[in-house]
Design a protein. Sequence first.
Length: 51
Amino acid sequence: MTERKPLGMPFESWIDRQIRDAIRTGLSGPPLNLMPFDVDEIVSEWRRAQR
């Protein structure tokens, strides 16, 4: 979870700083090229695997 925006700091500057820090230190989240998924298909596959 990210830290709170400091009082008195403009929102855009805070976001820019968050992005700049993430780029400099390396992103630690899921890759940005995740494909959309179909929830119904995933549930069906899970149910088949449970049989």
